[in-house]
Design a protein around this ligand. Sequence first.
Ligand SMILES: C[S@@+](CC[C@H](N)C(=O)[O-])C[C@H]1O[C@@H](n2cnc3c(N)ncnc32)[C@H](O)[C@@H]1O
Length: 281
Amino acid sequence: MTKAEDDSTMALSYEEFKKEASQLCGTDLFLYKSQQMDRRIHSLMSYWEVKDYDEYLNVLKTNPRRFQEFVKRLTINVSEFFRNPDRFMELWERILPEILRSSGTIRIWSAGCSNGAEPYSVAIILKELNALHRATVLATDIDQVVLDKAQQGAYYFNEVKSLPAELREKYFRQAGEVFYFDENLKKRIQFTKHNMLLEPFPENLDLIICRNVVIYFTEEAKEKIYLGFNQALRDGGYFMTGGTEPILYYRQYGFENVAPSFYKKVGPPKPELEAGPWSLL
Ligand SMILES: C[S@@+](CC[C@H](N)C(=O)[O-])C[C@H]1O[C@@H](n2cnc3c(N)ncnc32)[C@H](O)[C@@H]1O
């Protein structure tokens, strides 16, 4: 047997599987933290009783439901309205009023918006501040399934229970067990599929909300994302992180830490850091 024939019969290694799966998903799985990624991939394989990586790759290529499940499991789309309420109150009482004072019209990006709870929470605050008409809210996610759910804006009680009752009553219409988000507010949000690890970022933003997304990325990927955020924000714009993901070296990315979870752009990143969204695929 020649070496080529020998190689063609060799089983896929885990690294090769991840490379092929990256192409399939359109995102670089090597940019996600490997321990969590490995655990999820292997638990899915054992759940479906798939014997090796070749077989699993074949399943992903030929079975759209299994493929969707794979993407969903790897990207984890848990979300909730007003997640970490104290941070949303800070957004409501201090950060958004400050942004609204300095700009006529404002641009907000909810990056990794999952089922819509995050951008809808922002829409509620803007409406309460009487400023929704001045705002463009972009909401993006890599996962089309959660984006469809977000666009539908229909939730079970379990999913809206984190909202104060008066806001829930004001901004949702209940029909049976389902709570439908207010159509007029919903219209103000543009939902789009977008891969933060691969595609260019929106520009001239006043506020980026990116919470509980980069925690799954490697340190290298995070760095590129933070640099990209700096470029995407206008001077003085804000970046809101998740409750458990403080940025240690925010100064090198051109940010000031103005409150827990809130970073303000105060200048360009350190020149030695290479900026910009990029692709490793
Ligand atoms: C844990 S959820 C966070 C949802 C929301 N930001 C929050 O904090 O409640 C993470 C979301 O990030 C999305 N995501 C993961 N990788 C992504 C990528 N490369 N580009 C865009 N979104 C991504 C997932 O699909 C998922 O919906």
